[in-house]
Design a binder for this molecule. Structure first.
Ligand SMILES: Nc1nc2c(ncn2[C@@H]2O[C@H](COP(=O)(O)OP(=O)(O)O)[C@@H](O)[C@H]2O)c(=O)[nH]1
Ligand SMILES: [Mg+2]
Length: 221
């Protein structure tokens, strides 16, 4: 059962978000255009959006109950700086979970995950036991597929992370991606410790690295 409510970063200081067991920082990583922002928007909201190219949001807060725990998820998205091939170390700092996204119709986005993003994650993540999930997005465009499901599974196995294919457009498997990741985080005692009260304030006080333009709480709404 996944019960949720959400708010954008701009309203995250409002009431109602103090009642939780753990606070987790989740990141979206991958090439520009793979659908990171769309996945975030789809997960945060409960209805189908018209998807359009997004400029990045900084982060979104979502309250969920998963595995019987009340969780405050701070989900960070890039503001488009992934186009330059690198994010900064503070984007990765303190992450409990990382969603590595590629586009199943663009092979180069799959290659980038191995050659760029997985290396950055290894270099910069400060939680050695941080959970990762590999996600192939845009499966609704199956006719244009350039990366097979088997290849995705093989890379996930090699990187020791779980794997799902999904579509931000049809919403297929999107909630499942986040849920699988979070259930795995909940199994790791060191991550729970880092997501508990002592660290809550620290995470909330962290400033987004790349401040998004004003009033863009969510670009495709
Ligand atoms: N067909 C299809 N298009 C998608 C999907 N997810 C994202 N898109 C489109 O892909 C483009 C890039 O998406 P965006 O979320 O901005 O990617 P980002 O740069 O990784 O944040 C946009 O035009 C989206 O509408 C999907 O699952 N299926
Ligand atoms: Mg984006």
């Amino acid at each position: 059962m996944l019960v949720s409510s959400s708010s954008s970063s701009s309203s995250s200081k409002g009431g109602g978000s103090n009642n939780y067991d753990y606070s987790f920082k989740i990141l979206l990583v991958g090439d520009s255009g793979v659908g990171k922002s769309s996945l975030l928007v789809t997960f945060i909201s409960n209805f189908v959006h018209h998807l359009s190219p997004t400029i990045g949001v900084d982060f979104k807060i979502k309250m969920v109950t998963i595995g019987g725990k009340r969780l405050k998820l701070t989900i960070w998205d890039t503001a488009g700086q992934e186009r330059f091939g690198t994010l900064t170390s503070s984007y990765y700092r303190g992450a409990h979970g990382i969603i590595l996204v590629y586009d199943v119709t663009r092979r180069e986005t799959f290659t980038s995950l191995s050659e760029i993003w997985a290396k950055e994650v290894e270099l910069y993540s400060t939680n050695p036991e941080c959970i990762k999930i590999l996600v192939g997005n845009k499966v609704d465009r199956d006719g244009e597929r350039a990366v097979t499901r088997e290849e995705g599974m093989a890379l996930a196995q090699y990187r020791k992370c779980s794997f799902l294919e999904c579509s931000a457009k049809t919403r297929a498997n999107v909630h499942q991606c986040f849920k699988d990741l979070i259930l795995k985080i909940l199994e790791v005692p060191s991550l729970l410790e880092k997501g508990s009260t002592a660290v809550k304030k620290q995470i909330l006080q962290q400033k987004p690295v790349h401040k998004a333009p004003e009033n863009n709480g969510c670009c495709s709404q």
